[in-house]
Design a protein around this ligand. Sequence first.
Ligand SMILES: NC(=O)c1ccc[n+]([C@@H]2O[C@H](COP(=O)([O-])OP(=O)(O)OC[C@H]3O[C@@H](n4cnc5c(N)ncnc54)[C@H](O)[C@@H]3O)[C@@H](O)[C@H]2O)c1
Length: 273
Amino acid sequence: MPEGAADSAAGDDARPGTFAAALALRGRHAVVTGSARGIGARTASELAGLGATVTLLDLNRVGAERTAETMRSEGHDARGFECDVSDEASVETAFALAASEAGSPDILVNNAGVSSFVPFFETTEADWDALVGVNLTGTFLCSRAVVATMREQGWGRIVNISSVAGKRGGGFLGRTPYSAAKAGVIGFTKALAREVAGDGVTVNAIAPGPMDTDMTQILRDDPVLLERIVSAVPLGRRGLPYEIADAVCFLCSGLGDYLTGETINVDGGVSME
Ligand SMILES: NC(=O)c1ccc[n+]([C@@H]2O[C@H](COP(=O)([O-])OP(=O)(O)OC[C@H]3O[C@@H](n4cnc5c(N)ncnc54)[C@H](O)[C@@H]3O)[C@@H](O)[C@H]2O)c1
């Protein structure tokens, strides 16, 4: 056991502060990728609601700036910058800007993602590279941009947004490159969690089920397909962005202190065994 650590038998189970206080993120700087809209925008907003200073990064610069502006009008400390998470130079530039404006990030939510509904035999290498580049390489590049300072400061939270497709091999809309990339995110999460566990940094993932966002616009246009998907969800509906944001907030707060390397299914029961 590391020096100074107490196991559960020896500890006195005294929570440092109240349950509600453990949720607070005041003084933390959170960076959320892919946050111009959807799950990322909602996550940025909820983290800010808990007191965090937030930086929104997105390929869509105008969208990131606009979402940050809306958050500022609600009294939050937020800024939005352009970033292509699959591009090393773009990631370095964006994270340097984020750090210069709001300090070293304490929290990183790797949320930026793209999906594809192309069947395997029609998938080109370019399709593969694009899907893996954003969903998996992006997670690596952005994590690399923050992990050294998190270790130095002895505290950090990284939450990676995977997918039910990464656990079940698709089944809903995501096909081979998407499923492979999202499964890769789960492996990445565990491996990085092990490497930084001794430094006060936790790394977890969330695997959403089918969500009602613009990414799945196809379902808004196809009621038959929507019904087929919803009927396979034990809770009988798609998830909403705030339901993923809530799980991210839990993991980033003091309530998540003893969790690392985990992938939490937030999927209406789809993955239950
Ligand atoms: N919608 C679903 O059903 C669902 C299910 C499981 C997992 N997810 C995952 O949740 C995350 C958020 O999904 P969403 O539904 O909110 O999607 P969305 O399409 O509504 O939003 C994704 C955001 O990521 C941004 N983005 C795309 N490529 C980028 C890049 N290279 N660099 C930076 N930003 C980029 C987009 O501009 C957009 O703002 C994704 O990782 C997605 O794979 C979604």
